[in-house]
Design a protein around this ligand. Structure first.
Ligand code: HEC
Length: 254
C-alpha cells in the first residue's frame, strides 16, 4: 500500500483540502436533515418520531383526549370533562373554540384554568404537580391536542432519494477507506472504523425500506446513520492529519 507521506506535498495538501470540504459538506447536510425533519411530528426539534414518521408513519391518539378518557384528573366533574372532550373531538381548528367567550365558564381555557393549572403550570409545585407539562397557553395545549397521523414518505420519493444517496455515500467511504489505509494510523483501527461505518450504511439504507412494515428498523436507520457519519468523520480526520503532518524522516527506500 503506498503511503500518503510518499506523495508530493502539494498533492497531500490538495487531498487535505478536499477531505475538509467533504466533511464540511456533511456537516451542512446534518443541518439540512435537522431542518427538514424536525417538524414532522408537530413537536419542535428533531425527535425519533420525526424519523419514524418519515419512514414508518406515526398514528397516535391525542394525548389530551387519552388522558381525559382514562379518567384523569380524578376530581374533574363530568360536565367539564365532556365539554373538553366534545371540543377536542370537534375538528381541526381547535384554537377557535379554545377561549370562546360565549361559552363563559365552560370555555376550554376556563375549564383548564380552574381544573388543571394547580398541577400543570410552570410554577406548580407540590407532590402532585406536573410542571413538565404546562397547560397555561394555547401553545402548550396545541401539541397534545391533536391525534397524529403522519403518513410515511412514498416509495417513489424514497427510491429517488436512495438512488442518489446510497451510491454517493458508499463511494465516499470507499475512497476514505483507501486513503485511510495509506495513513500512519494503525491499520486495525482504520479497518475497524471503516467496517463499522459500512455496516452502518447498509443497515441505514436497508432500514429505509424495512421500517415501512416494522418500525424497529427506525433504530437501525438512526444507529446506522450515526455509525456511518462517525466513521466518515474519523477516517476523514485521520487523512487530513496525515496529509498535514510531515513524515519524521524522508522515505529512504522506494
Ligand atoms: C392533582 C394534579 C393534577 C391535576 C389537577 C391535573 N393533572 Fe394532568 N397530570 C398530573 C400528573 C402528576 C401527571 C403525570 C403522571 C400521569 O400521567 O398520571 C399528569 C399527566 C397529564 C397528561 C399527560 C399524560 C401522558 O400521556 O403522559 C395530560 C395530557 C394531562 N395530565 C392533562 C390534564 C388536564 C387536561 C387536566 C385538567 C382537566 C389535568 N391534567 C389536571 C397531575 C394533574
Amino acid at each position: 500500500m503506498p503511503r500518503l507521506t510518499s506523495l508530493h506535498p502539494f498533492t497531500r495538501l490538495g487531498i487535505a483540502l478536499l477531505v475538509i470540504t467533504l466533511l464540511g459538506g456533511y456537516a451542512v447536510s446534518g443541518l439540512h436533515l435537522q431542518w427538514h425533519y424536525s417538524n414532522r411530528d408537530g413537536i419542535e426539534g428533531m425527535t425519533l418520531d420525526d424519523i419514524r414518521g418519515h419512514y414508518h408513519g406515526v398514528q397516535s391518539p391525542s394525548p389530551l383526549i387519552a388522558a381525559l378518557e382514562s379518567g384523569h384528573p380524578e376530581n374533574l366533574p363530568d360536565p367539564e370533562r365532556n365539554a373538553l372532550l366534545e371540543w377536542l373531538r370537534s375538528g381541526t381548528n381547535l384554537s377557535e373554540g379554545y377561549d370562546d367567550l360565549d361559552l363563559g365558564d365552560m370555555a376550554p381555557a376556563e375549564i383548564i384554568a380552574v381544573n388543571c393549572l394547580s398541577c400543570h403550570s410552570r410554577s406548580a409545585s407540590g407532590p402532585d404537580a406536573y410542571a413538565q407539562l404546562p397547560l397555561e397557553y394555547w401553545d402548550d395545549i396545541q401539541p397534545i391536542a391533536y391525534a397524529k397521523d403522519i403518513q410515511p414518505t412514498s416509495e417513489e420519493i424514497l427510491a429517488m432519494s436512495q438512488h442518489t444517496h446510497a451510491p454517493t455515500m458508499a463511494v465516499i467511504l470507499i475512497v476514505l477507506a483507501l486513503l485511510g489505509a495509506m495513513t500512519r494510523t494503525p491499520k486495525a483501527l482504520t479497518g475497524l472504523i471503516v467496517f463499522v461505518g459500512s455496516a452502518g450504511l447498509l443497515a441505514d439504507m436497508a432500514g429505509w425500506w424495512l421500517a415501512r412494515s416494522n418500525d424497529a428498523w427506525v433504530y437501525a436507520i438512526v444507529a446506522g446513520g450515526f455509525c456511518y457519519a462517525a466513521a466518515t468523520t474519523l477516517v476523514g480526520i485521520f487523512v487530513v492529519l496525515d496529509c498535514l503532518i510531515p513524515a519524521r524522516r524522508p522515505v529512504a527506500d522506494d
